[in-house]
Design a protein around this ligand. Structure first.
Ligand code: CP
Length: 300
């Protein structure tokens, strides 16, 4: 049973991640047999920044496992908003009396830190500012493992500005496996966060700033997985780094797997949806099982 916070992918070990993979597979059986391992448990769900996939998969899987949830998404619905501005640490102490586990997303890193420090039940980060999105990384690693059959010994192309929470957590998660080549396509001058880069022993990272350079490098043919995030454009026009059918068909292996945390960004052309390797909707579907696997790890 887990009794700790899950704020960074570094908060759990590789063996715990592998156990969550197994529990995610087992959760389909639990859902279909209507077993109710979480009966009587209450989840606190607070998404102070918008979310579709993470929020509703966390809520849905808790209910499917027999639990209930409470929560809100606006500070104004609780005393933390206008006009009372109750502190996040008081809120954390109070709400800990009413639930067994809390899931929170916030774009305010300081506010979430205060909440975590004062909460008296475990808190799972559903994405915090520009820091991390650990459960998305567990889902990404699960998807790669399922579709490629391994995580070690592979090449992954990330299209996206580094230092996004999904990319930060994914890089740290990949580092738990061996011999991983990561190429990041992003605007010139963008860099990986220093404290993330320092931790990467098993992942080699190379940054490219143009499709032409990347194509000329000859590396695209060996890419196993493309992971499409978002470019925060300030140099080029929007769509500059879009992956389209022309690039996909001419330069990548036909077996390449295309993933994305979604929502769809300018970098992910709709025409890619028809490619046999486009697995991002399957990936989002499996978010339900991964969140269920995480709950089963907490409550078993
Ligand atoms: N992948 C992800 O975090 O999506 P949402 O923002 O919709 O939760």
């Amino acid at each position: 049973m887990l009794s700790k916070n899950l704020i960074s992918i570094n908060d759990i070990s590789k063996s715990e991640i592998l156990e969550i993979f197994d529990l995610a597979d087992y959760s389909s059986k639990v859902f279909s047999e209507h077993k109710l391992p979480l009966q009587g448990y209450v989840l606190g769900s607070f998404f102070f920044q918008s979310s579709t996939r993470t929020q509703f998969s966390f809520q849905s899987s808790f209910v499917k496992l027999g639990g209930s949830y409470l929560g809100c998404n606006n500070r104004e619905d609780i005393r933390c908003g206008y006009p009372y501005y109750e502190s996040m640490d008081d809120f954390a102490k109070i709400i800990s009396n009413y639930c067994d586990l809390i899931v929170m997303r916030s774009d305010n890193e300081e506010e979430m830190k205060q909440f975590i420090e004062s909460a008296e039940v475990p808190v799972i980060s559903a994405g915090c500012g520009k820091q991390e999105h650990p459960t998305q990384a567990i889902l990404d690693l699960y998807t790669i493992n399922k579709l490629l059959g391994r995580v070690s010994n592979m090449s992954l192309l990330i299209i996206g500005t580094p230092n996004q929470r999904t990319i930060n957590s994914l890089l740290l998660g990949l580092n738990l496996w061996e011999n991983i080549e990561v190429i990041i396509l992003c605007q010139e001058g963008d860099t990986i966060k220093e404290n993330i880069e320092k931790q990467l022993n098993n992942v080699s990272v190379q940054l490219f700033s143009s499709w032409d350079d990347l194509i000329n490098s000859g590396k695209l043919l060996h890419i196993n997985v493309v992971y499409i995030g978002e470019i925060y454009y300030d140099i080029y026009p929007v769509n500059h780094y879009m992956l389209n059918n022309h690039i996909l068909k001419n330069y990548f292996s036909p077996n390449v797997i295309i993933l994305s945390p979604l929502p769809r960004t300018n970098e992910l052309s709709k025409e890619i949806d028809y490619h046999q390797g486009a697995k991002y909707f399957w990936q989002a579907k499996k978010g339900l099982n991964i969140r269920a696997g995480i709950y089963l790890k907490y409550f078993k």
